[in-house]
Design a protein around this ligand. Structure first.
Ligand code: MIC
Ligand code: SF4
Length: 649
């Protein structure tokens, strides 16, 4: 993988291990970002580490998920985040300033640097040529404390883009095409690097749409080189001084190369309920649409909103459609307000939503029952929109805007090319950072309202584990299934309250049963299929089960961030040696792991479990460091010990 943009940046940040695909490496993190839904827990954990201020070059705390403020909880979170940021040296992006990934790209992202964010779409910043990785909040807390970030060194796949996109086709169609090729499964341990003459035709925000949805592929991250296009974008953001050129070497080595001709790409759509359920729009057009939503960290840039506004200008939306527009940042909103595009939206009949995640995470704008919602965001998991039986279709801003007018899913290629005037990137963006508050350090008193709980702890791993299989689920269980967002998001800072909703949409009795068992000293194991824990970085999908007494999750395969989160909270992620054993294990059966501590430290090839008195074998894919974390009962215990022994020296 020598000579790739990705490895060049990794090499400069490597603090532990060798750059060999598959090996665990530790890298220095230059920048961190958190958003409010994962941030409160990350900062509570950071506080528990007992460090006086962040040790990164830059850390930013954003508020973009929980802004509905139906009750005191969200506002309690905001003031806690604002004061804790100020106290520990973190910039605070106020509610209303925009979605973390969009604002970070505009104001902070830097080619050649590393960024760790407590959100799975952190790789959005790969569009500017930085190594940007999503992780659980606790990993981000450790990075803020100056600790390295450990992960499996990925192999690099190169995607060469040739030519130009046709009018009416945009970068969302590119990444949906890639999703149809690579799917959401089997891409763990991979990074994608984009190359080719075609990338010169894509602006930084268009590149960021592509790297953003790399998260749906399940790759570690995606990256574009830093070139003239990057320089122009940074110049227009008054940040040209942070630009540096980062190109791959001519003889750079890649694990595999895929070539895509941009001019052959057509409008695409991901049908319910998975981002890789991709079809050509032309194959499914005509579906009547109830709702259209344009925004989210995937498609809410100035370019995307201008593309939609030009289509809607002088038109009216169809009477059966409700159209919501959520600009990605205050910069975007201010610019479209100034140039009249906002008025075009309003005149067309759009509802102007806040500059937040909003509809993307089911925080408002839920569709009607059995409704069809066309959205420009990145995930369409069942129930995520807030309506369990609604169908969410993922499309480009162009397809969304045209369909809002027509009242049905339409194909932009059926319209004259004059429908899609070229959108020039501004020479100068409107810069106003007054909603980003710099830190004040010790002057600030941290405000903790009643919604702010305690960071949760677990005990060390006992010598033997005994309990029951509390739940058996199928393939592709997402973190939205494990820990619902939407109306439950407001409990993120309060683990006992949030834990009541674990697996709510699958089995309402799970939380109560599991907690009762814990009180009687019975641990719980969960059994799952392929890609368990797909989707977000939300560590609550590990913390809340841990709080209820879950100590083991068995699955056919795990997604990267979730399996790390499980280990970080002392839960064993075990993979079937024989996947057919899945059918031989039933909910309600008893399990025992004898000498579990020994089995973990001795690196036995398999971990042995007795289930209903029968022996089953599992892999534990965990490095030496991760095994120590498991023995300590989680990363917080482990890191506290490490930090206190290093300060004692
Ligand atoms: C998401 O898109 O699912 C989220 C909400 O942004 C999550 C983070 C969270 O659950 O707070 C993510 O992508 O990591
Ligand atoms: Fe927010 Fe949606 Fe992006 Fe997650 S995917 S950060 S919820 S806009």
């Amino acid at each position: 993988m020598k000579g790739t943009v990705f490895y060049k940046i990794l090499r400069e940040h490597l603090v532990e291990g060798d750059l060999k695909p598959g090996d665990e490496i530790g890298i220095r993190i230059d920048q961190t970002l958190t958003q409010d839904a994962t941030g409160t827990m990350a900062y509570l954990q950071f506080e528990a580490l007992g460090i006086s201020r962040v040790r990164t070059q830059l850390s930013v705390s954003y508020v973009d998920h929980n802004t509905l403020q139906m009750g005191f909880e969200n506002a309690d979170d905001h003031i806690y985040l604002q004061t804790v940021s100020s106290r520990y040296g973190i910039y605070f992006s106020r509610p209303g300033n925009g979605i973390c990934h969009q604002v970070h790209l505009e104001r902070f992202a830097r080619p050649g640097a590393t960024l760790l964010g407590s959100d799975s779409h952190t790789p959005t910043a790969g569009g500017i040529g930085m190594v940007a990785i999503g992780a659980g909040g606790l990993d981000v807390a450790v990075a803020m404390g100056g600790g390295p970030f450990y992960f499996q060194c990925p192999q690099v796949i190169r995607i060469i883009l040739h030519g130009n996109l046709r009018p009416g086709v945009s970068s969302k169609d590119v990444i949906l095409t890639i999703l149809s090729l690579l799917t959401t499964k089997g891409n763990v341990g991979t990074a994608i690097e984009y190359a080719g003459d075609g990338i010169k035709t894509l602006s930084v925000p268009e590149r960021a749409t592509i790297t953003n949805m790399g998260a749906e592929l399940g790759v570690t991250t995606s990256i574009f080189p830093s070139d003239e296009v990057t320089r122009k974008f940074l110049k227009a953001q008054n940040r040209e001084h942070v630009w540096k050129e980062i190109l791959p070497d001519d003889d750079a080595e890649y694990a595999r190369t895929i070539e895509i001709d941009l001019s052959s790409i057509v409008p695409m759509v991901a049908l319910p309920h998975s981002p890789d359920n991709v079809k050509k729009v032309s194959d499914v057009k005509g579906i009547p649409v109830d709702q259209v939503a344009i925004g989210s960290c995937t498609n809410s840039s100035y370019r995307d909103l201008m593309a939609a506004a030009q289509i809607l200008k002088g038109k009216k939306i169809h009477p059966s459609v409700s159209l919501g527009i959520a600009p990605g940042s205050r910069q975007v909103l201010a610019m479209i307000a100034q140039n009249g595009a906002l008025a075009d939206f309003i005149n067309a009949g759009a509802r102007i939503l806040e500059t937040t995640c909003g509809f993307c995470i089911g925080a408002g704008f839920a569709p009607k029952s059995k409704g069809v919602s066309l959205r420009t965001n990145n995930r369409n998991f069942e129930g995520r929109s807030g309506t369990l039986d609604a169908g969410v279709y993922l499309v480009s801003p162009e397809t969304a805007a045209l369909s809002a007018i027509e009242g049905k899913l339409v194909d932009p290629l059926d319209f004259p090319t004059s429908t899609f005037p070229t959108i020039e990137m501004p020479e100068q963006f409107l810069i106003d950072d007054s909603m980003i508050i710099p830190p004040q350090f010790e002057k600030t008193e941290i405000v903790r309202g009643p919604n702010i709980g305690e960071p949760p702890y677990t005990s060390e791993l006992p010598d033997s584990l005994q309990g029951i299989i509390g739940l058996k689920v199928g393939d592709k269980i997402t973190t939205d299934h494990i820990m619902p967002a939407g109306s439950r998001l407001k409990y993120r800072s309060n683990i006992p309250a949030y834990a009541k909703y674990v697996f709510e949409s699958i089995d309402e009795t799970f939380s109560r049963r599991t907690l009762e068992n814990k009180k009687s000293g019975i641990f719980t194991a969960i059994v799952g299929g392929e890609s368990y824990g797909q989707g977000s970085s939300r560590e609550h999908a590990a913390i809340c089960p841990m709080y209820l007494g879950v100590r083991v999750v068995i699955a056919k395969s795990f997604e990267r961030i979730h399996s790390t989160n499980l280990i970080n909270f002392g839960i064993l992620p075990l993979v079937f040696v024989n996947p057919e054993d899945y059918d031989r294990i039933n909910q309600g059966e008893k399990f025992t792991i004898i000498n579990v501590r020994n089995q973990i430290c001795q690196y036995r090839e398999y971990i042995e479990l007795l289930i209903n008195e029968k022996k089953f074998l599992f892999y534990l894919f965990a490095t030496k460091r991760q095994r120590e974390i498991l023995l300590e009962g989680g990363l917080l215990n482990y890191t506290k010990k490490k930090f206190s022994s290093s300060t004692a020296k």
